[in-house]
Design a protein around this ligand. Structure first.
Ligand code: GDP
Length: 450
């Protein structure tokens, strides 16, 4: 984690958004995130110089910006972002927490947990010759990330066309337009309203061009749109229910004068001294301290609300009794606990192009939960066009499904999990199924009383 030399003043009246960087490996996600931290004054010159030196020592000189975000030795050695790193910066209107998602294929589960915490996404595309193509076609991660982002609740995407400075691109408008026109149909297919939800921008993450300040016309005469910071500043996200019952899925935890749980507030607010429940094990706990991001005095707050990324110190429970995927929630309106639910899902891919039938086993990812699950039943359900609601007697069994199909299903998990109906809490009711490092399906929970 990057520690800035200057403490950041917490202006609580600014809105807070979590932003995740997604896209194919090597597209430039870590470089852009590192550059943002540098441009917004979160990283000093000394850190930059150290990263430059470390990168050089590892024979990876061009990676020095990425070094700011890629903090563990394993990542540096490989040049790959493994865990979801986290850092903060502010623009005029907004406090942002950057969740840097990994792009490598085998790290998609981490990308899912990073993305499920995010409000907006920055999809990074490399404009370098051949790189856009390998990221977008033939097994590239770009398409999978777009679909996951949509299911995981990222309603707005900034698509940054990066490496525009590369010598194979040289700020070519033709290349930029080509990438945009190839991506638009896929974004539409994935459920995005391109006019309302998507914005394209050309940048160079390595050089910091068109990021904090608008494009220098001498560098790129044809672009007169916004720079990245402006676009982030005015991005409009759907309002969430501020008065809902408190819900914070636990992403991680550790021991420190009690148990400290980490996660994002998906509903309601929390105050020091609150009595809450840890679900599904129904343990009553008391909140003794709340921190933004890091457990430091400068980050301590008395209360926090929706969308905040927090560390909360609780007493009344042993740290060993908490698992990632558990939910800290209000006592009056606790989150439902189930081991079976009904869902609608879309099949994205199947291992070795097999068919999917009842009895199929996969990994279920839903908010911070990761559990083994079995598909118990597959069926279609007719929707009443007047009410938009399913008509129950029209339930028809489906024997198997193939890629592209949308079906209803009943899913059973091994351990009890805390989830909500998608229609009540989108962030807690959307999921993905994965098997053998592949995303099999994405879906939403339609009923929790299976
Ligand atoms: P990630 O895997 O998406 O996080 O990608 P990195 O940030 O690690 O970058 C991968 C490689 O692309 C590194 O060698 C970077 O120096 C290079 N790179 C990233 N952004 C740019 C850019 O804007 N221009 C150029 N020319 N290279 C870049």
């Amino acid at each position: 984690m990057v520690s800035s030399s200057e403490p950041v003043a917490k202006e609580v009246n600014k809105r807070h958004l979590n932003v995740v960087f997604i896209g194919h490996v090597d597209a430039g996600k870590s470089s852009i995130a590192g550059q943002i931290l540098y441009l917004s004054g979160q990283v000093d010159e000394r850190t930059i110089q150290k990263c430059q030196k470390d990168a050089k020592a590892n024979g990876r000189e061009s990676w020095f910006m990425a070094y700011i975000m890629d903090v563990n030795e394993e990542e540096r050695a490989k040049g790959i972002t493994v865990e979801v790193a986290q850092a903060d910066f502010e623009t005029e209107t907004t406090r942002f927490t950057i969740l840097d998602a990994p792009g490598h294929k085998s790290y998609v589960p981490n990308m899912i947990s990073g993305t499920s915490q995010a409000d907006i996404g920055v999809l990074v595309i490399s404009a370098r010759k051949g790189e856009f193509e390998s990221g977008f076609q033939g097994g590239g991660q770009t398409c999978e990330h777009i679909q996951l982002a949509k299911t995981l609740g990222i309603s707005k995407l900034l698509v940054v066309v990066n490496k525009m400075d590369d010598k194979t691109v040289n700020w070519s408008k033709k290349r930029y337009d080509e990438i945009e026109s190839e991506m638009v149909p896929f974004l539409k297919f994935s459920g995005y309203n391109v006019k309302k939800d998507i914005q394209f921008l050309p940048i160079s993450g390595l050089r910091g061009t068109n990021m904090k300040t608008r494009m220098d016309k001498k560098v790129c005469p044809w672009w007169d749109g916004q720079c990245l910071f402006e676009a982030l500043d005015v991005i409009d996200v759907p309002p969430r229910d501020l008065n809902g019952p408190f819900r914070m899925p636990i992403f991680d935890k550790y021991k420190d004068m009690g148990a400290v749980v980490m996660g994002e507030v998906e509903s309601g607010s929390v105050h020091e001294g609150d009595n809450l429940l840890v679900m599904p094990n129904k343990v009553k706990v008391k909140v003794v301290a709340i921190f933004f991001n890091e457990e430091k005095v400068k980050d301590k707050v008395n209360s926090a609300g929706l969308g905040e990324n927090l560390r909360i110190r609780i007493i009344g429970i042993e740290e060993e009794d908490i698992r990632p995927g558990f939910v800290l929630c209000s006592i009056e309106k606790p989150i439902p606990v189930v081991n079976e639910f009904v869902a609608q899902m879309k099949i994205l891919g199947l291992v070795d192009n097999t068919l999917l039938a009842a009895g199929y086993n996969a990994n279920l990812h839903i908010h911070s939960v990761l559990e083994n699950c079995e598909i118990m039943e597959l069926f279609t359900q007719k929707i009443d066009p007047k009410t938009g609601k399913p008509v129950d007697p029209m339930k028809k069994k489906v024997v198997f499904v193939k890629i592209g199909d949308v079906v209803m299903c009943r899913i059973k998990v091994t351990n009890m999990i805390c989830i909500e109906k998608f229609s009540d809490f989108q962030q807690l009711g959307r999921f993905s199924l994965r098997s053998n490092d592949k995303t099999i399906a994405i879906g939403k929970v339609t009923d929790i009383h299976a």
